[in-house]
Structure formats: C-alpha cells, structure tokens
Ligand binder design. Structure first.
Ligand code: MN
Length: 333
C-alpha cells in the first residue's frame, strides 16, 4: 500500500501531544463488518458503511474499498457509463491506476496516492475504469470511493472536478513519530489538506507502524468514522480491537485515538486506516441507485431527467454510429 510515503517521517510536523486537561476522547459507538461484493463490471469491493444508520454517517453516504486485488493480465474491471446527481464522489487510489471520463468531456487518470473529487451536483454521466495499459499488464489495484452528500442548496451546483495529486496531500506525523498521517481534505491540528469541500469535513489516510499510537484533535461538531483498510489495531477511548474491513463509529468528544497492534500479519505489516469526519447536514435523504436527493419526487425526477438525456449523453466512440441505428430483417415475401 504505497499511496504516498516518506523516507524520513521524523522531518514531518508532529501532531502535538494532547493536553489531558481539555482532551475528551471519543468513545466507540459501534463496530461493524464490511461485507464483500462486486461493483461495476465485477471488481471486488467491501461495503464499509453496511448496516450503519445514515444519521450516524451524515454527511457521508457510502464508502467502498476497491481491492486490494492483484489482477491477472486482461482481468482489470471498471464500471459502465452511469449517472449521478445530488452529491460528490471521492476516489482515492492507493495502488494502481483508474481512469475517468465524463459526459462534459472531463476526466483524467489517478494513480498511487492521487484523489479525484468529483462534484456531480446537478448531474453528470461518467465511466470509471482501469487504463488500457493496466488491462494489458494486470497488476495491483487498491482504492476507495466515498460518497459525500451535498446540502439542498448545493445539490444543483454545476459539476466540478478537483484533481488532487499525491504530492499535494498534507503530511504529518503522530506525536510518537510512528504514524504517517495524510490529510487529503479539511483541517487537522492546524494543517490543511488540498481538497475543497462544500461543508466542513476532514478526510485522512493514516499508516501506523506496529505499536504506534495516533491521537488527533478532532472537531467536536463533526462526526468521527474510522475504517480499517488493512491491519490490526485499537480505536476509541476504550481501545477496542479492530481489523481489516471493520468500521468504527465514534461518539462525541474532541480527540480521536487509534493504535496499531505491536504484531501485524506479514501481508499487511502496518495498520492502515481511513479517518472521516464531517459536520452533519441534517436534511432528509432520498437515495436510490446513483441519485441522492432530499425527496422521493426529486429522485424520480432524476431518473426521468437521466432517461431524457438531460444529465448528459455518452460521448461518441470513434467510428461508431452517433445515432441509433436499427437493422431489421428484409421481408422475403
Ligand atoms: Mn460513479
């Protein structure tokens, strides 16, 4: 899991040791297991938020861990063309490469620690797939896709991309120097990540070496979710055990604590966690398939708009007919 790494963690700014007079460590509210399934054309995913009430996740909607998988040549999978409206998709690739194209002619390639933050807003069609080179060679693939809700006032924003390169991510070290903390968006301990968000939130990928402790100040008005990408550790004030594929939802407080077990399995020598926190939007959520709106009528409208081509149309493929061609058998009589 390379994402972005550093040769010498000791040169990074450190998260200051906590002041016990003001620190209120967040307890664990729940720990759930992410079931495995398949997405798109058949790439393996873990559904990180499965079984958790949307109210506890708000403003986050959905989180898939894609891989980790070692593809054979010819095997890498993507998604077909599909629409979105009313929220943002955040795709963070730790290993391998993913290619995006959309109905506005936008898109790009993200790889090894890059993030694409796509605001679907009023509506867009896109396709997410491995590039031809990865399809030919096969190889390691590991990423996440997070869905971030938009408040009613921003659901109709024009679609937008933020291409966040691995080298722009804010890098910090834990007080003990044993954890590398990557701030992708939001603010942590006075350091700001590159991602711009509509509502306040923090998105962090942390790698804890065996035995390392990570205690971070965490906004009291935001929620706190810890998803274990790989490894064994503990979370929360109670230091409850967690491992690969588990999500911990933490309760109220202003400090978030996690630690790596002193002994890890050889296939994942470190504890890797994704830490999310956002200020809840607290609006009704009407969600069906690729649309996340406030009311059922708005979702029905989204399906109708999609069917009518109002969310955009799939760009023409070179050499293919641009209009529907129907061929009927000739009548021999
Ligand atoms: Mn999508």
């Amino acid at each position: 899991m390379p994402a972005i790494t550093v040769d010498d963690i000791t040169v990074l700014p450190r998260i200051a040791a906590l002041d016990p007079a003001t620190a209120r460590e967040r307890p664990v509210a729940s720990i759930t297991n992410a079931p495995s399934g398949f997405e798109g054309e058949g790439f393996p995913v873990r559904r990180a938020f499965h079984g958790v009430d949307l109210g506890m996740l708000d403003p986050f909607i959905h989180l898939d861990q894609m891989g980790e998988v070692e593809y054979a040549p010819g095997e890498p999978k993507g998604t077909p063309w599909h629409p979105h409206r009313g929220f943002e998709t955040v795709t963070y690739i730790m290993d391998g490469t993913f290619e995006h194209s959309d109905s506005n002619g936008g898109g790009g390639v993200i790889t090894n620690g890059d993030t694409q933050w796509m605001t679907a807003g009023a509506g867009i069609l896109h396709i997410e797939k491995p590039p031809e080179s990865l399809l030919v060679s096969g190889g390691l693939f590991h990423g996440i896709q997070l869905w971030v809700n938009l408040p009613k006032a921003q659901k109709w924003s024009p679609p937008r991309y933020q291409d966040i390169r691995a080298g722009e991510v804010g890098l910090l070290a834990s007080a003990d120097g044993g954890a590398l903390v990557r701030v992708i968006a939001g603010e942590l301990a006075g350091h700001t990540g590159p991602g711009s968000t509509y509502t306040p939130m923090t998105l962090v990928h942390a790698t804890l070496s065996p035995g390392a402790e990570l205690a971070m100040p965490w906004r009291a008005d935001c929620n706190a979710l810890v998803y274990v990408l790989a490894g064994h550790g503990t979370v929360g004030a109670e230091r409850l055990p967690v491992q690969t594929g588990q999500l911990a939802v933490l309760g109220p407080g202003n400090v978030l604590r996690a630690a790596a077990r002193p002994h890890q399995e050889s296939r994942s020598p470190n504890l890797n966690i994704l830490v999310l926190g956002g200020r809840p939007i607290r609006e009704p959520v009407a969600w069906a398939g690729p649309f996340v709106m406030n009311t059922r009528d708005e979702v029905i409208q989204a399906f109708e708009d999609y069917q009518a081509g109002r969310l955009g149309s799939i760009p023409a493929v070179h050499g293919a007919p641009s209009t529907l061609t129907v061929s009927l058998p000739t009548d021999a009589t």
